[in-house]
Design a protein. Structure first.
Length: 154
C-alpha cells in the first residue's frame, strides 16, 4: 500500500477560502498547541460547499473533518489512531516548504511530499511533518475522514 496519492482539484482555492473563513469565526483553534484539532464537522461541512462538491465528485462522502495546525516544530513521528487508514488531506495555509514524511518499521524514510494539492493520505504508516527553513507558520491542513475510505488510491 502506498503512502499517499496526489489528486487534482480545480476548486482548491475555493475550498481554502471557505475553510479560512470558517477558521476566522473559530479563532480559538489557533490558541491551541495541539496538532490534531477535532472540530464541529456538521457546522464546518454546512459552510463548505466547495469541499462537499469536490468530495462528491470523487464519489466519496464526508464523515468528519479535523484541522491540523503545525508550528515551527512540525509534528513528531506517529501513526494515527485507527480504524481509519485513508484520509483526504487538503492544504489550506502555509504548506510551502513543509513536508510529510513516512517511515518503515526500521525507521527508514520511504516517502516524502510537500502537499500542495489534496492527497489521499495513508495514516496507518508512521509519518511526521517537517518544516523547512523557508516555512511560514502556522501550517494549516484539513483532514477529511470519509464514509467509505478511498484505499483504492493507495
Amino acid at each position: 500500500m502506498k503512502c499517499y496519492h496526489t489528486l487534482e482539484c480545480d476548486t482548491l482555492a475555493s475550498i481554502q477560502q471557505e475553510t479560512l473563513l470558517w477558521l476566522e469565526q473559530n479563532q480559538t483553534l489557533f490558541e491551541t498547541k495541539e496538532f490534531w484539532n477535532t472540530i464541529d464537522s456538521i457546522d464546518f461541512i454546512k459552510q463548505s460547499p466547495s469541499l462537499v462538491k469536490y468530495v462528491t465528485s470523487l464519489g466519496l462522502i464526508l464523515r468528519e473533518c479535523a484541522i491540523l495546525i503545525a508550528s515551527k516544530d512540525g509534528a513528531p513521528r506517529h501513526i494515527d489512531q485507527g480504524p481509519v487508514i485513508a484520509k483526504l488531506n487538503i492544504p489550506i495555509l502555509n504548506t510551502k516548504d513543509t513536508y510529510t514524511e513516512w517511515y518503515d518499521d526500521q525507521g527508514k524514510q520511504i516517502a516524502r511530499v510537500e502537499i500542495d494539492n489534496p492527497v489521499v493520505f495513508n495514516s496507518s504508516i508512521a509519518h511526521q511533518v517537517v518544516m523547512g527553513e523557508q516555512a511560514v507558520v502556522p501550517r494549516v491542513m484539513l483532514a477529511c475522514m470519509l464514509i467509505k475510505e478511498p484505499t483504492s488510491y493507495l
